[in-house]
Design a protein around this ligand. Structure first.
Ligand code: GLU
Length: 414
């Protein structure tokens, strides 16, 4: 039978398993098996050559029983309705794992910002906000950055929303530049969270981070900061990649040089001749493998060839359920996406709290709070996995879904 690569149905399967383990009824699964709301919009944008192009966008709200919906907006040619739904459900899990008063939300626009001018991206960003403005807001649904969106795009979106509402609304969106009410530490938060998970996982497996051989697939926001943090912590980053290929050096790569030369989308390998493929990179001999790019990278096809003893998912959905089973049977410690990548939404929450109170924290305060939150989340899930005899992915779903399930119950929805 062909392997299930559908992110939406795989997510549903694990949510169902988690709810059953927690003793919830079938009705709870009926409520949580897909988003409560899903808006599809078409956004006309005036292009630089004078023509008009109509883009398709989405915003999904999984469940807002525990609080407003929260989650990023991605600009990518592969965005589709099912993926946005799955990503919204993952946001519910992430918020539950780090115990934030949110439900999951997610948005996306089918486009390729790498082929667009700044002006076109700005008009698209503003058009997207106008199209979804009825559905979002500081106490309803709070967007944030995701794949190929950044603080500049958040600034345009915040400005557009503020114009529509006719008052300054920094709490409408997170991941903003500092001068517009952004939080210290937000940009590197996802990578910080992944680093904390890597260090905790290494402790459990008796691996010393100093000298540990690490492979990172992806050199975008998460992958690039991550390579820097691990390099600075004394680890040997022996492989990195971008959408076009991968670089591998068993003696360690010159991370500072690569960071200096990468473009704003994380492209770097096009500058080199001696590249390998992304698939080859995953099978390289190393201690810790961090898929930080796109989904369905470790599958039933290659899971048996993974050499790392720890896999930490910095991307959303990089490992299929079949691969999860194979890695678990092989004794590889797999730290799931919904835990490892929850640092971003954690600091987004801090940003939103600061916006709501109009009082801003120092970088140290944010860093400390993030550390405590992530270390507790990791150990909570690790212990759940041990005591319930389940893998870390199922344990993470069990911890993650509980807050929304309980909130739904108290509201009388189930
Ligand atoms: N897009 C990020 C994620 O998938 C961050 C979401 C947020 O900050 O709300 O976790």
């Amino acid at each position: 039978m062909a392997e299930n690569l559908n992110l939406f149905t795989s997510t549903q399967n694990v949510i169902k398993e988690a709810l059953t383990k927690l003793g919830y009824t079938e009705e709870m699964y009926e409520l949580l098996k897909e988003p409560l709301r899903m808006l599809t919009v078409r956004i006309p944008v005036r292009m630089d050559d004078g023509s008009t192009k109509v883009f398709t966008g989405y915003r999904a709200q999984h469940n807002d029983a525990a609080g407003p919906s929260k989650g990023g907006v991605r600009f990518h040619p592969d965005v589709n309705e099912e993926e946005v739904k799955a990503l919204a459900m993952w946001m519910t899990l992430k918020a539950g794992i780090v115990d934030l008063p949110y439900g999951g939300g997610k948005g996306g626009v089918v486009c390729d910002p790498r082929q667009m001018s700044m002006g076109e991206v700005e008009r698209l960003s503003r058009g997207y906000v106008r199209a979804i403005s009825q559905m979002v807001g500081p106490t309803k649904d709070i967007p944030a950055p995701d794949v190929y969106t950044n603080s500049q795009i958040m600034a345009w979106m915040m400005d557009e929303y503020s114009r529509i509402r006719e008052f300054d609304s920094p709490a409408f969106i997170t991941g903003k530049p500092l001068v517009l009410g952004g939080s210290h530490g937000r940009e590197k938060a996802t990578a910080e969270g992944v680093t904390i998970c890597i260090k905790e996982a290494a402790k459990k497996r008796g691996i010393d981070i100093e000298g540990a051989r690490i492979v990172i697939q992806g050199f975008g926001n998460a992958g690039s900061f991550l390579s820097k943090f691990l390099h600075d912590a004394g680890a040997k980053v022996i492989g990195i990649s971008d959408a076009y290929g991968a670089l591998h050096d068993p003696n360690g790569l010159d991370i500072d040089y690569l960071l200096d030369r990468r473009d704003s989308f994380g492209t770097i390998t096009t500058l080199f001749d001696n590249t390998i493929t992304n698939q080859e990179l995953l099978e390289v001999d190393c201690d810790i493998l961090v898929p930080a790019a796109i989904s369905n990278q470790i599958t039933g096809e290659n899971a048996a060839n993974i050499k790392a003893s720890i896999v930490v998912e910095a991307a959303n959905g990089p490992t299929t359920l079949e691969a999860t089973k194979i890695l678990t049977e092989r004794g590889i410690l797999l730290v799931p996406d919904v835990l490892a990548s929850s640092g971003g939404v954690t600091v987004s929450y801090f940003e939103w709290v600061q916006n709501n109170q109009g009082y801003y924290w120092t970088e140290e305060e944010v860093g400390e709070k993030l550390h405590t939150t992530l270390i507790n989340a990791f150990n909570n899930i690790y212990e759940t996995a041990q005591t319930r005899g389940v893998n870390m992915r199922l344990a993470a779903y069990m911890v993650g879904v509980r807050r929304t399930a309980e909130a739904s119950k108290f509201r009388g929805w189930v």
